[in-house]
Design a protein around this ligand. Structure first.
Ligand code: GAP
Length: 577
């Protein structure tokens, strides 16, 4: 079996994840995390929370998953969050056009960055056919398909809304309140772990491309002129970097420390480099194999509509690279857009060291002239005059001044504008913060960890399938197994399991099948330790502790068991006991 087939089979059989709603024929692109998977995913989220919120001192919020349409008009998702769709003329199946090209043309790995016309040419040139029915697709039109799931908020259709395609917008729209919690002091970071929804044209590769998934996103608001990242925290961390230049010139992965990557300009944004550095230990802690891991820079055509510089963390699974995290420098794009489309201020006040005397151009339009002259447009003309005075005071140098409102020109005498240049003493200014965003896909991380940690070996002449999860990530910390289900061994084993649970550990109790099979079952779901209750337990109140990876065993007193398991989970080995 291939690694991917192996993984899906293990995930289904052992309750990590499986296709949702199978009783009703299944729903493509939706997965249910079973008991083992839900626990593993929760552990990934807890480690993330520890690294990116607690340790870095950021805030966390929980915003609604449905948001009203104006949010996505402002964010640009309504206009630009599209994929290229190609519908088969014969069977009606829909496909993602760029994926068809990537699958058919060996040297094209990222067709998403191409224009629809270029993709159409490639479909024709390579004689690409419908994967569902085999009909040629050369003459079929390629259209843009918006990936957001729409809905109506309340009855009727007067208030359209969308399931959020990224958790980030729930943070941006609350910025006016959040800055108050941050006492108007930059920099500050706000994180959110939650569901995001994308109506993917072709969901595929299990958890890799799904229609509902969990993101863990951090939006770090910074002053672009004054805030530098604490690079010294991560300066010596080694990064495996695959730059845009290396991708374009058939170059290789290069290893640089964060410091060198910044000094040599391999990573253009210091903030992005800083988060690449902070993230390395997170990937290691959750169990990603860093030999199957890289940071890849976006090619120029690949950048999102909001991103100024972007790198992805990618893991190798089944011979292909999977994007697990996007690191973007989003500049002031999001806050500026929400300020433009809403009634709120998305700025913070930057205090000067010393008050400054500055010249300000102002207007005080004569409304007794503007009203009768411009009618309903008078208010907008007054606003346009104020904006023009701030932007270009030379426009008021002649006798008349012209402003544009909704594609109409309005001209009036300068004397009716009340234009003046005043001197003022100001203690600071309002600025729009910039945003640095590490955005993690939790489902893809869980998938990568399962792929990287799954292995097989031979124990006692039999093949064993195991999941070598770091102990802190394992869904179950310890399994208690009685040697036999007679002579009171099972009763004592249940008591031992209860004692371990009472000590706060995640405990499984298993008495079905022979002891070897029970060990195999626990090995396969990644349980790092098995505790066996045998006849000596009844005599001396000791148990054996078996280690998953070495399969070695050590005898431990029952009353020392909780502290022993804790020490082992924190990194001690059986030999240290
Ligand atoms: N706020 C930025 C943002 O959403 P993105 O690169 O579109 O950026 C971030 O998404 C991460 O979310 C990706 O790196 C990936 O891990 C995950 N992700 C995106 N689309 C996904 C999908 N359809 N299925 C599973 N995970 C997905």
């Amino acid at each position: 079996m291939t690694e991917l087939a192996d993984l899906s089979e293990l995930a289904r059989r052992r309750g990590f994840f499986f296709a949702a709603n199978e009783a009703y024929g299944g729903t493509a692109g939706f997965y249910t995390f079973g008991p083992e998977g839900a626990a593993l995913k929760r552990n990934v989220e807890d480690v993330w929370r520890d690294h990116f919120i607690r340790e870095l001192g950021h805030m966390e919020l929980e915003a609604p998953t449905v948001m009203p349409e104006p949010v996505f008009e402002a964010s640009g998702h309504l206009d630009t969050f599209d994929d290229m769709i190609l519908e088969c003329g014969d069977c009606g199946a829909t496909h993602r056009a760029d994926h068809l090209v990537e699958d058919a043309v060996a040297d094209i790995e990222d067709a998403e960055a191409l224009e629809p016309t270029e993709v159409a040419d490639l479909v024709a040139e390579h004689g690409i056919v419908c994967p569902s029915c085999g009909a040629p697709l050369a003459d079929r039109p390629i259209e843009e398909f918006n990936l957001m799931f729409g809905t109506n908020i309340g009855p009727g259709s007067s208030s359209p809304g969308y399931l959020r395609p990224e958790t980030a917008q729930g943070i941006f729209v609350e910025f006016p309140r959040l800055k108050e919690y941050a006492r108007n002091q930059l920099p500050f970071g706000v994180a959110q772990i939650g569901r995001a929804y994308r109506n993917e044209i072709s969901p595929r590769r299990a958890l890799v491309r799904v229609r509902e998934f969990t993101q863990a996103e951090l939006e770090h608001f910074v002053d672009p002129e004054y805030d530098d990242p604490p690079l010294e925290r991560v300066a010596d961390v080694e990064l495996p970097l695959y730059s845009a230049a290396a991708q374009q010139d058939d170059g290789d992965l290069e290893h640089h420390t964060v410091r060198k990557a910044v000094d040599e300009g391999v990573v253009g944004s210091e903030w992005v480099a800083y988060y690449l550095g902070e993230s390395m230990s997170f990937y290691e802690d959750i169990g990603v194999d860093t030999d199957r891991f890289r940071y890849r820079q976006h090619l120029p055509g690949e950048l999102s509509h909001y991103a100024a510089d972007c790198w992805d963390a990618e893991t190798e699974v089944g011979g292909t690279w999977v994007e697990v995290t996007g690191f973007a420098y989003r500049s002031d794009y999001d806050l500026r857009k929400h300020a433009e489309y809403s009634e709120e201020e998305f700025t913070v006040f930057r205090q000067y060291d010393e008050p400054k005397t500055v010249e300000r151009a102002t207007v005080d339009p004569d409304m007794s002239y503007l009203g009768p002259t411009f009618g309903d447009a008078a208010g907008d003309v007054a606003d346009a005059l104020e904006a023009l005075a701030r932007r270009d005071r030379s426009a008021f140098a002649g006798d008349g001044v012209t402003v544009e409102v909704d594609d109409e020109s309005y001209t009036l005498p300068v004397e009716k504008t009340g234009f003046a240049v005043e001197e003022r003493t100001e203690s600071g200014e309002h600025i729009t913060p910039h945003v640095v965003e590490p955005s993690f896909g939790v489902d893809r991380l869980v998938y990568s960890v399962l792929a990287h940690r799954h292995g097989t070996d031979e124990v006692d002449g039999e093949e064993r399938s195991f999941l070598a999860l770091p102990a802190e990530m394992a869904p179950t910390s310890v399994a208690v197994v009685p040697l036999m289900t007679k002579d009171g061994l099972d009763d004592r084993a249940r008591e031992v399991a209860e004692e371990l649970r009472a000590a706060g550990l995640e405990v499984a109790y298993d008495d079905t099948g022979n002891i070897g099979r029970r060990y195999r079952r626990q090995d396969e779901v990644g349980t790092p330790y098995c505790v066996t209750v045998d006849y000596d337990t009844l005599k001396e109140d000791t148990v054996t502790v078996r280690e998953r990876d070495s399969t070695e065993q050590e005898r431990v007193a029952v009353d020392e068991l909780p502290s022993t398991v804790r020490r082992l989970t924190a990194g001690a080995t059986l030999a240290d006991l």
